[in-house]
Design a protein around this ligand. Structure first.
Ligand code: HEM
Length: 366
């Protein structure tokens, strides 16, 4: 613990003189007799600054998580820290989401009083937002090609170089992949969990086919065809888990991001999450999904805010505005593979039995 070297004064500690002097509306700077200061520009600045402060805290926590995951081995107590910090990021996201509502108390006409003064500044230039996206695992090539020029093209050279360099460092998604690939348990001695799992899936699929066939009497030929087609698609989806080539095709089409081994081990964690050793890893993956989902929700809310303020006008950064933001909300996802794991779940009662030796490794010994 550190020792205090002298009395601390609240205003000095928080550097409030400097901090509270950082809200400088442009409409105040350019105000004259016929054009007074736009009252709501202060709110606009305060809300954006509050966001940037919270982005700073998110990055502070995210950086510490990346550091822990960059080690060749992550200890159990460190996984606890990761879960606690991911939980904090999730809570911050929930709280900052509601700040858009405060900004919506500004009417579109009040916004028009100062909007043109901001051109060409834009949220595109929030380097902290980009840094969070990149550090979570969203790279330039993951974005829609029509949108790529926007987020790098609107930055000054220094910021652009910084972000390009960041893209070369391992993201949380990549570090999670490496960690999942190292997860033991699924293959041990004579036991190969995946052989057992595949047998169960095949049995379930045959039962499904038998059910469809026995219910076919009342169906039209088209309906029969459709049901069998759906069953075929489900089988192929399962098979892609065990077929490296099919998996590679999905990766190159952008349908999957994680390696096959990482997906399989994540699935094992999901299937056996009630085993004590897997509870924390499961919680961690759930939080990563929450964080991804919260970003998507924020993107949709922000797209609606932009539409409410601008209608179909273009943004100050030159994009199509609402249309661009909606597209970004649909596409800019990071942990999609974790969401899609639900495709491969099977009923608890059909889960393959794990051998005693493996089961012992999955339990705490007191
Ligand atoms: C009146 C309120 C707001 C309006 C009308 C608005 C509008 C827009 C528009 C149209 C864009 C697309 C880029 C462009 O062409 O400029 C954009 C991007 C962005 N805005 Fe806002 N925005 C508002 C408030 C906020 C707030 C409070 C934040 C919080 C930090 C924010 C953060 C961002 C970010 C990070 C982007 C880039 C998003 C991406 O590329 O995925 N905006 N905004």
């Amino acid at each position: 613990m550190h020792k205090n070297q002298g009395p601390v004064y609240y205003n000095d500690y928080l550097m409030l003189e400097k901090f509270l002097d950082c809200q400088q509306p442009l409409s105040r700077k350019y105000a004259d007799q016929s054009n007074p200061e736009a009252h709501d520009e202060t709110l606009f600045i305060v809300v954006h600054q509050a966001y940037e402060l919270w982005f700073k805290q998110i990055l502070h926590d995210l950086n510490s998580i990346l550091k822990i995951f960059s080690q060749s081995k992550v200890h159990d107590h460190e996984l606890g820290t990761v879960v606690q910090r991911l939980e904090r990021i999730r809570k911050i996201q929930v709280m900052i989401g509601s700040q858009l509502e405060i900004l919506e108390s500004m009417t579109p006409m009040d916004f028009l009083e100062f909007r043109n003064l901001l051109i060409p500044a834009s949220g595109f230039q929030s380097t902290q937002f980009r840094e969070i996206e990149i550090k979570l695992g969203l790279n330039t090539h993951d974005r829609q090609s029509i949108d790529r020029e926007f987020f790098l093209g609107r930055l000054n050279e220094k910021d652009r170089q910084k972000l390009i360099e960041l893209e070369g460092s391992p993201s949380l998604l990549k570090l999670l992949e490496a960690w999942l690939e190292r997860t033991p348990f699924t293959i041990s001695g004579d036991f190969n969990f995946w052989n057992e799992y595949q047998k169960t899936v095949q049995a379930i699929s045959s039962e499904d086919e038998a059910t469809i066939q026995s219910n076919m009497a009342n169906l039209s030929d088209r309906e029969k065809q459709m049901q069998l087609e759906n069953l075929k698609v489900t089988r192929e989806t399962f098979e892609s888990l065990f077929d490296e080539e099919a998996h590679a095709q999905l990766v190159s089409a952008g349908g999957r991001k994680l390696s096959r081994k990482a997906i399989l081990n994540a699935l094992f964690i999901l299937l056996y999450r009630e085993e004590p050793m897997l509870a924390l890893p499961y919680q961690m993956m759930s939080l990563m999904m929450d964080i991804d989902e919260n970003f998507t929700t924020w993107r949709y809310r922000h797209a609606l805010l932009a539409q409410r303020m601008l209608g179909t006008k273009i943004g100050t950064g030159g994009s199509s505005g609402h249309q661009y933001l909606k597209r970004a909300a649909d596409n800019n996802r990071v942990f999609v593979d974790l969401f899609n794991l639900s495709t491969y779940l099977i009923p608890r009662s059909r889960l393959p039995q794990i051998p005693e030796a493996v089961k012992r490794q999955l339990n705490f010994h007191v």
